[in-house]
Ligand binder design. Structure first.
Ligand code: CA
Length: 367
């Protein structure tokens, strides 16, 4: 379903004005500069969802503007063109040239894809950027997805999420037994290992499921998105930190044939628009979360609490177990784990004497 237009009738004069200098591009370059592309972008997000959904729209508009309309992208919310969780297959098959979602949605097809969103108790957003752009993470990601004919790029991050909304208090690990929780991906699997029951609920149904008591707890994203979904009206306890999603990367997927059909300058525009998306989305979340958290702190019906340390310690041990198991029969996952863990070990020290020490001092947690 690749729709590509070659606009040949605009004449040499238009080509020259678009390219600047005829000598630097030559006739072939002028013709190529007139080629226009119309792509579809499928996403996993509800229409207009702040952060991720808005981020998809902004990336598409930036690419159109920077390419002067040579690459136009029609964005579809989850379910509009293909089901929300079938973005990977749609890009792979070429139904859409581009996708905007998160790699851990594909872990049923490629388990190691989990690394390119987040690992429970793994890297935060800032560290994910370091690993992706400087530590070889992006190259590993592109290598993993190459056999599927997909070229991935980071295009955003929500920052560390919240552990979720609970209608039961979590005092000790025993309180996890039988707890019906909506937590997708590896985090939910870890919760199961700790005795909870992982329940699959789409984002749009979290509120009703919590309110009706069909589930006891649910994680979604963080204050900014959770308040917009009204989750603070469906549960009393809001636990932190989001150990299961410490810095989830949002991805842009490009169909490989479509990617290779683009001239080099349009490829560069796509890359830069994705990189701008990483900064922009993180800024939106940092800003929006700060406002929404204040609103929740001022709400007498909401109890914001840290998870007890022994609960976090238990979840961390089960996370390590799950991650190690992934590497046992999966050579690529083992390579990823080695790269990821090596950086996390170094970065933990750097973060603790840098960002963490500074923020702790700022909020009065150390002298
Ligand atoms: Ca989440």
């Amino acid at each position: 379903m690749k729709r590509r237009e070659f606009v040949s009738g605009l004449g040499l004069a238009a080509g020259l004005s678009a390219c600047g200098s005829p000598d630097s591009t030559g006739q072939a370059g002028s013709e190529r500069s007139q080629e226009t592309f119309r792509w579809n972008m499928v996403t996993s997000w509800p229409p207009g969802l702040p952060g991720t959904g808005v981020g998809a729209q902004k990336v598409a508009r930036r690419i159109e503007a920077a390419s002067n309309g040579r690459l136009r992208i029609k964005v579809y919310a989850g379910g509009e063109l293909v089901p929300a969780l079938e973005v990977f297959d749609a890009v792979r098959s070429g139904t859409a040239q581009m996708g905007h979602d998160a790699s851990y949605y594909h872990r049923g097809k490629v388990a190691a894809a989990q690394y390119f969103t987040c690992i429970p108790f793994g890297l935060n957003a800032q560290e994910m950027n370091a690993w992706m752009y400087w530590g070889g993470g992006l190259e590993l990601w592109q290598e993993l997805f190459a056999p599927f004919g997909i070229v991935p790029f980071p295009v955003g991050n929500t920052g560390v999420q919240m552990a979720g909304w609970f209608n039961k208090e979590i005092i000790s690990v025993d309180d996890l037994a039988g707890l019906k929780i909506r937590m997708p991906g590896l985090g939910g699997e870890v919760m199961q290992r700790a005795g909870a029951v992982q329940v699959t609920v789409p984002g749009s149904e979290i509120f009703t499921s919590l309110q009706s008591g069909a589930i006891d707890a649910a994680e979604w994203i963080g204050p900014y998105n959770d308040v917009s979904l009204g989750l603070h009206k469906a549960a009393q306890y809001y636990y932190y930190p989001g150990w299961h999603e410490p810095g989830p990367v949002i991805e842009c997927l490009v169909n490989k044939s479509a990617w290779e059909s683009l001239p080099a300058d349009l490829q560069q525009i796509v890359k830069l628009a994705c990189q701008a998306g990483v900064v922009d989305m993180q800024a939106e979340y940092d800003w929006g979360n700060a406002q929404a958290l204040k609103q929740l702190q001022d709400d007498p019906n909401v109890d914001i609490r840290p998870l007890p340390k022994d609960v976090l310690d238990t979840l961390r041990a089960f996370s390590r177990e799950a991650v190690n198991e992934m590497s046992v029969n999966d050579e690529f996952a083992a390579r990823l784990q080695a790269s990821f863990d090596a950086f996390q070990e170094l970065s933990s020290v750097n973060q603790s004497v840098g960002e963490t020490a500074y923020i702790n001092y700022r909020v009065g947690l150390c002298s």
